[in-house]
Design a protein. Structure first.
Length: 813
């Protein structure tokens, strides 16, 4: 075994081997994979070997498509058979709601280049002879489904990597990982030590234990999973003989089952409701090529449905039941990327569909390590989407929920209950008493809307029970004044002698003067967005030295801290901290917002003294606050930042003062309706690391001419000169009873040319709005656009100026 390597990959399952292969293919060959046993000794060897392109997140779906396309290449490179059978498959719906969901999947496939087609149950039965068409209302055909040999694929990755110069050490157990003073990592094994620049935790079933070696508690948990294999079936033999082809894959969502042919019989697997975690606290190191005891009672309810939906199963015997463990993150997507605070330490774990996702994970990780960027939008898999709040108990609750809902529909207005409430702010019970219906962002409870007694969300793809109540909240803001809880923003304080110079290089905007705020796009080296913030200068130039205040997307706190810390100067001249729950927020907005504020503070908040984008410390009642004159509603408004111990007092003071002006509460859904009629985008929807500032319409906040060579400047200048490829546009949609939620295709002149990033109903303007990206060549066309919604196309028109307050009178007045 070598004593030094550029990269050590820990774990020789399908994921570790894919990472090794991708690093080697990218040209890094001073790399070694350490496996404590034989390759495939974790979850990999007993997988059912199914693969498919469909995923709830379109960017993960793209990486799944890539994974499937890769198998031919690694087979040729390695000479090792992968056993890939691209049979195609059918996705089955037994209810209308499921069919609506599947139509959304088909629509998404159109702009992702995934070949999906809605078919009738009878057509499905012609393709998959074992199903009873009477049990279903519709189906979708997917040509890119198939299965493979899990061990063959893993060895093919490893052999191909070795051919390119990588090394694989089997029976080499990593026992500890220690960071040296010079930043290199000591990887200590039962056979000696390797010193490495980078270490990748691809420990699969033992990813938690490997994480703990460096003080990391990763949010992953293994679950038991069962599939059965039948005896040979005459129906299968007859079909094979008649058509010369295998029986194709089927996913029966309402039965919570997946099926495929296995030799002369069938394989049927299920994600059962009564699920069971495995090794909740610690995975035993002596677990190897073993299976768990099957528990047929647990899967009996699913099998019952399966035998009804696929009657031939009633006449066959079960040859074998496989029960094996594999790991999940709380949302079921992988955990990939560099770990904040541990330079050179990477994770590639929590991969629950290794044969659909392993290739994409390896590609993204190798790009990231070698190029400094994953090369794709992998937010849905980024390890930084979780923070310290994702504790072991939280993970346990969420993984169990996610497993049991693997094939369930999640409606756009459906909030999942497990692991909640976890983080709450001091006004939580006060808002609950007013009917707050809660959602969650980065572990924190967020009020979505306020329901009258007895009214709750009815889950639906269409406008629902909240519609008129959200409309009322919007009306309150636009006609008098509304108050909302805004603690879910991420808040950062930047201090130190070097803070201004550092921010000037980090952010693409011009720095604001003391007492002023600005919108601040943050770019990567390739000129694409990696963040958008509001930046306030709290008097950096004066003796109080309060420094700078940044507010940004709450869900991206860890993501942004990783970026900030990676770019801090070595000389300790800059200090940045995420304030998290140590700073809470309230916002008031609407034409009477100033009247309310004036009533509760001695500060002069007149338009002349405290204009748009001003910021100042002031007391609200007795509570010391930081107030910024800005509002995401696009109305006259104020963001109020307050220490949690004062939040209740500030809230009660504002509500009492607002009574005379008709103050009311509004939640995140009303805020969405309000920002849509201002064409305001938001992080993780309109603003993502695949778009340039010009494309995203944020170029007006980029100080292209500033002297400082800010990160991404050259690329941003090039984008401005060449015009980029896409444009973000707001569309008014002639929708009837449903609004877009995001990821719907945008059609132009009869072809899919773009995609929706978000949308909804703009209650004040009384119209349905969609925001999305289209090619710049067509972005300003007056006619020809349509948005596909629940299987139908609706006319959409570009809305070039905001529907509300286009001349900014309300916001700045
Ligand atoms: C019953 C069942 C059916 C499944 N069906 C499918 C399917 O149809 N399609 C699909 O895509 N997925 C399926 N899966 C899931 C699939 O198996 C996993 O997604 C995949 O195996 C994860 O691979 P991995 O490399 O991350 O982890 P693992 O396979 O667990 O590999 C981790 C490796 O790391 C090694 N290791 C850990 N710690 C150390 C250490 N300290 N030192 C050295 N080596 C170490 C382990 O020995 C192991 O070999 C199924 C899983 C099960 C259980």
């Amino acid at each position: 075994m070598k004593s030094h390597a550029k990269v050590v990959v820990v774990g020789g399952g399908v994921v570790g081997c894919s990472v090794l292969f991708h690093l080697a293919r990218h040209g890094w060959t001073d790399i070694v994979l350490l496996e404590r046993d034989e390759l495939t000794s974790g979850s990999t060897w007993h997988a059912a070997g199914g693969m498919h392109t469909i995923n709830g997140d379109p960017n993960v779906a793209k990486l799944q498509k890539y994974t499937i396309s890769l198998y031919k290449e690694i087979e040729e490179l390695s000479g090792q058979a992968t056993g890939v059978h691209l049979t195609g498959g059918v996705l089955l719906a037994a209810t209308e709601a499921r069919l609506d969901w599947l139509r959304g999947v088909v629509a998404k496939g159109r702009y992702l280049g995934i070949d999906l087609e809605e078919i009738s149950p009878d057509e499905a039965a012609e393709l998959m002879p074992l199903l009873d068409p009477k049990q279903f209302v519709g189906a979708v055909r997917n040509k890119e489904d198939g299965h493979l040999d899990p061990s063959g694929v893993t060895h093919a990755y490893a052999k191909a990597a070795r051919k390119l110069g990588a090394e694989v050490e089997r029976f080499t157990k990593v026992e500890d990982i220690v960071r040296r003073a010079d930043g290199l990592w000591r990887v200590i094994t039962n056979k000696g030590e390797v010193v490495a620049e980078h270490v990748v935790n691809a420990g699969g079933l033992w990813a938690r234990e490997v994480g703990r070696m460096v003080g990391l508690e990763l949010p992953v948990l293994a679950m038991e999973h069962m599939y059965l294999i039948t005896e040979d079936m005459p129906e299968v033999a007859a079909w094979n003989q008649k058509t010369g082809t295998e029986i194709i894959h089927a996913v029966d969502f309402d039965g919570e089952l997946y099926l495929r042919q296995e030799r002369g019989g069938m394989l049927m697997g299920t994600y059962e409701r009564a699920n069971k975690p495995w090794s909740e606290l610690q995975t035993p190191w002596n677990f190897g090529h073993e299976l768990l005891e099957p528990d047929i009672d647990r899967i009996a309810p699913s099998l019952e449905v399966g035998f009804r939906h696929f009657p031939a199963f009633q006449n066959t015997g079960i040859k074998q039941i496989i029960n094996g463990p594999f790991t999940f993150a709380p949302d079921g997507n992988p955990l990939v990327g560099p770990v904040r605070g541990l330079p050179g330490l990477w994770v590639a774990c929590g991969v629950m569909a290794g044969f659909s996702q392993g290739g994409g994970v390896g590609l993204a990780l190798s790009n990231w390590m070698i190029e400094g960027d994953p090369g794709a939008d992998i937010w849905a898999m980024d390890v930084s989407r979780y923070g310290d709040w994702a504790t072991m108990a939280y993970t346990n609750a969420k993984v169990r929920e996610n497993y049991s809902r693997r094939f369930s529909i999640r409606f756009p207005n459906e909030e999942l209950p497990a692991g909640r409430p976890l983080k709450t702010t001091p006004v939580y019970d006060l808002l609950s008493a007013k009917g707050a219906q809660w959602g969650v962002a980065y572990g924190l409870e967020v009020p979505l809307w306020y329901a009258p007694e007895g009214v709750r969300d009815e889950f639906s793809w269409r406008r629902s029970s909240d519609f008129e109540h959200v409309a009322k909240e919007v009306r309150t803001v636009r006609t008098s004044v509304g108050l909302s809880e805004i603690s879910s923003f991420a808040k950062y304080r930047v201090t130190g002698a070097g803070a201004a110079a550092w921010l000037d290089r980090l952010l693409a905007c011009k720095l604001p003067k003391p007492g002023r705020m600005t919108l601040a796009p943050m770019l990567k080296q390739d000129g694409r967005l990696i963040g958008d913030f509001s930046l306030a200068n709290l008097g950096s130039g004066n003796s109080s030295g309060e420094g700078w205040f940044l507010a940004g997307s709450g869900i991206a706190e860890q993501y942004h801290m990783r970026w900030f810390e990676a770019h801090l100067p070595q000389d300790s001249s800059v200090h940045i901290e995420a304030l998290g729950a140590r700073l809470t927020g309230l916002s008031i907005a609407g034409p009477r917002a100033r009247d309310v504020l004036a009533k509760v503070t001695r500060a002069d908040v007149s338009n002349a003294a405290f204009p748009f984008m001003a910021t100042a410390r002031m007391d609200i009642g007795m509570a010391p606050c930081l107030v910024g004159r800005v509002s995401y509603t696009g109305d006259l408004g104020y963001e109020i930042w307050v220490a949690p111990e004062y939040q209740r007092a500030a809230y009660q003071t504002l509500m009492a003062a607002g009574e005379d002006f008709g103050i009311g509460l509004f939640g995140a859904r009303a805020l969405n309706a309000l920002r849509l009629e201002k064409n305001y985008g938001s992080w993780a929807r309109e603003y993502r690391p695949i778009y340039g500032p010009l494309e995203a319409g944020l170029d007006r906040f980029v100080a292209y001419g500033k002297e400082t060579d800010f990160i991404g400047k050259q690329a941003a200048l090039a984008e401005r000169q060449q015009g980029g490829k896409l444009r973000l546009r707001a569309f008014v949609v002639d929708a009837a009873d449903a609004d877009v939620i995001g990821d719907e295709p945008i059609w132009f002149d009869g072809a899919v040319r773009g995609w929706v990033t978000s949308g909804g109903y703009a209650h004040h303007s009384k119209t349905s709005v969609a925001m999305g990206y289209v090619p710049k060549e067509i972005a300003d066309e007056a006619d020809g656009f349509e948005v596909e919604l629940l299987g139908k196309r609706y006319t959409a028109r570009v809305q070039p100026t905001p529907l509300f307050d286009a001349n900014l009178k309300r916001m700045r007045g």
